[in-house]
Design a protein around this ligand. Structure first.
Ligand code: TSX
Ligand code: MN
Length: 599
């Protein structure tokens, strides 16, 4: 037996009795095991091996078109009291939902193997790492979990005979009758459930094999379940990238940043600074667990070991270091296949390939008029392959966080960057973080979508209680050394509808200001919304942005801000009476300062 952990053995036995797999395989996490599983997936028709010369040890997978993204309307957070879940989550009674799901799980793995994946979120054995065990009937899940987390024997050893773990049960919900031929991407599109039971804690997932629905260490564990643990234990589980930035003098700080979707979080996490002598290194691109150390310093680990990135839009222009990470050992999902056995996606290259096989398996040319890759196509890549991975990215003690960034996609109103007055005001800025809807999204264009701390789909408890948890942070240690909080907006547009800020590597100029503020070297102007750079506070050396554009980027239009205040109040009203009074006070105070500035 691989473990003497009786709780684990009992649970695996119970799950096997319920799901009735033909076989049980305990994953050891070795390269040999991975090779065997990939070969099996190729034989099953699930994996397409890519050109060994161009992308060694890499595979393309095309999913069922009915299983291409997270399913928020099928995601449930199930404490016994619905108020604990809050209006931000779909709630089901845990006893009822478990009964419903047990019926679905009954015999669901017939004809398949149940894989037991012991995994660690965070470096194995690190003080803030947490262990989970995922049971799944999908090889795709095993192979992806091996890249995205640390799995196998070393995790079982760290677990020990009496260690705690989060049980994560996953099935694609497609049992095979004797002799029945399998499909490349089995799933149960009409019966998806992504269920979280924070009081156990445990995760039950059924029907989907895709991404966050199935790789249960990521959104389900490291955000929804971990946020509940963090609240109880006094730390933060956040939807944030972590980067280190070093100035030409060799002084380095670490920054964590939360943005709504489609703001280029992964691009920022590995960006190439255009400012000479500056260096950015990546600790993580998606999730950040932060704990105070005994000096009162907030320290962060990346609980993941890989990147599960959106492929379309990723190019040498938008994210050269992501492109360089993808040279080998990657899984691609729902990308297009080129005739030479490589992958392609929209905007990967200036010129599209003359022909390809689309993610739907159809012949495709640029004239076809549809997308070659699914807009939510993904790469799964080992973080260790990123050329700018931070030397401390696996430090069990984590990295010290000096600044936290919030932001949004805001064509108007919000300046390029500003700093919060203090922790409470910074928390407030996080709560009103929003993006304006673009044509790519459903619904009307130009509507503000609030996504507080980028946690709306990922907070495992009541959003108002989550804000209160943020506010409680400085009071949790004797000598809090709190990070400064900033707000950034790369997406401000001119009246003529062009982007005022060049973005991408040029964002290093904004990060430079953040560094200088943290180090006490940069001036700021107090405005109604926060502390703005002085007119020449942002280093624009070598850029040719017209002065009036720079002025607009760093201006505060009090009238425009006042127009958004009612929407902010409506946004708070969604979460009812759990919003802390301090946040209403911040909103009132903001309105008052704006009225004084624009009578
Ligand atoms: O990721 C982006 N970042 C952050 C980079 C570190 N994107 C892409 C967003 C979609 C995921 C951006 N798009 C950024 C940005 O800073 N800025 C913009 C808007 C923009 C787009 C194109 C240009 C300038 C700004 N210029 C040209 O195309 C020449
Ligand atoms: Mn994310």
């Amino acid at each position: 037996m691989k473990t003497n952990n009786q709780t684990l053995l009992n649970w695996v036995n119970e799950a096997a009795e319920l799901c009735q797999p033909d076989a049980i395989h305990w994953c050891d996490g070795t390269e040999e095991e991975n090779q065997r599983l990939c070969a099996q997936a190729v034989q099953d028709g699930t994996f397409i091996p890519l050109n060994e010369a161009k992308r060694p040890n890499s595979f393309l997978v095309m999913s069922d078109p009915a299983d291409v993204a997270r399913v928020e309307d099928r995601t449930f957070v199930c404490p016994s009291d619905p108020r604990e879940a809050g209006p931000n989550n779909n709630w089901r009674d845990p006893v009822d939902l478990k009964a419903t799901m047990r019926q679905l799980y009954d015999g669901c793995m017939r004809g398949r193997t149940m894989y037991v994946i012991p995994f660690s979120m965070g470096p194995v054995g690190a003080p803030s790492a947490k262990i989970g065990v995922e049971l799944t009937d999908s090889i795709y899940v095993v192979v992806n979990m091996r890249i995205m987390t640390r799995i196998g024997t070393e995790v079982l050893e760290a677990l020990g005979d009496h260690g705690e773990f989060v049980p994560c049960l996953h099935s694609v919900g497609a049992p095979l009758e004797p002799g029945q031929k399998d499909v490349p991407w089995p799933c149960n599109a009409d019966n998806k459930y992504i269920a979280h039971f924070p009081e156990d804690p445990s995760i039950w997932s059924y029907g989907s094999g895709y991404g966050g629905n199935a790789l249960l260490g990521k959104k389900c564990f490291a955000l929804r379940i971990a946020s509940v643990m963090a609240r109880r234990q006094g730390w933060l589980a956040e939807h944030m990238l972590i980067l280190g930035i070093t100035n030409p003098q060799g002084e380095k700080i670490y920054v964590a940043a939360a943005f709504p979707s489609a703001c280029g979080k992964t691009n920022l996490a590995m960006m190439e600074p255009t400012l000479p002598g500056w260096k950015v290194e990546c600790v993580g691109d998606d999730i950040c667990w932060m704990t105070f150390d005994d000096q009162g310093q907030l320290r962060a680990i990346n609980p993941e070991a890989g990147f599960f990135g959106v492929a379309p839009g990723t190019s040498m222009r938008s994210n050269p270091n992501a492109m360089r990470t993808l040279h080998s050992n990657c899984i691609y999902t729902n990308c297009a296949l080129t005739p030479d056995g490589d992958v392609w996606w929209e905007d990967m290259t200036d010129e599209p390939p003359a022909e390809a096989t689309s993610w739907l398996g159809q012949p495709w040319t640029p004239a076809t008029g549809t997308k070659a890759a699914n807009p939510n196509a993904r790469y799964t890549a080992p973080a260790s392959q990123c050329p700018v991975i931070d030397p401390a990215w696996e430090d069990p003690a984590g990295v010290p966080i000096s600044a936290i960034l919030f932001g949004g996609r805001r064509p108007s109103t919000v300046p390029l960057c500003f700093e919060a007055f203090n922790w409470q005001h910074g928390t407030f800025l996080g709560t009103i973080q929003a993006s304006e809807t673009t044509a790519a999204q459903a619904g009307r264009v130009g509507i503000l979508r609030y996504d507080p701390m980028a946690m709306l789909p990922f907070c495992g408890y009541n959003m108002g209680d989550y804000f209160a948890h943020w506010l409680s942070m400085p009071g949790r240690v004797a000598q809090p050394n709190m990070p400064r909080i900033f707000f950034v907006n790369w997406f401000r547009k001119s009246d003529e509808d062009y982007y005022l800020w060049p973005g991408f590597g040029e964002n290093s100029r904004v990060l430079k200001w953040v560094c200088e503020r943290v180090q006490g070297r940069a001036q700021a102007i107090e405005t109604p919304i926060g502390l703005l750079p002085v007119p020449d506070g942002i280093d624009t050396t070598g850029l040719n942005i017209p002065d009036e554009d720079m002025e607009e980027l760093l201006s505060v239009d009090a009238q425009a801000w006042l127009k958004d205040i009612p929407a902010m109040r409506e946004h708070y009203a969604r979460f009812g009476d759990t919003i802390p009074a301090a946040m209403h006070q911040e909103l009132d105070a903001l309105e008052q300062r704006l009225r004084q500035a624009a009578p």
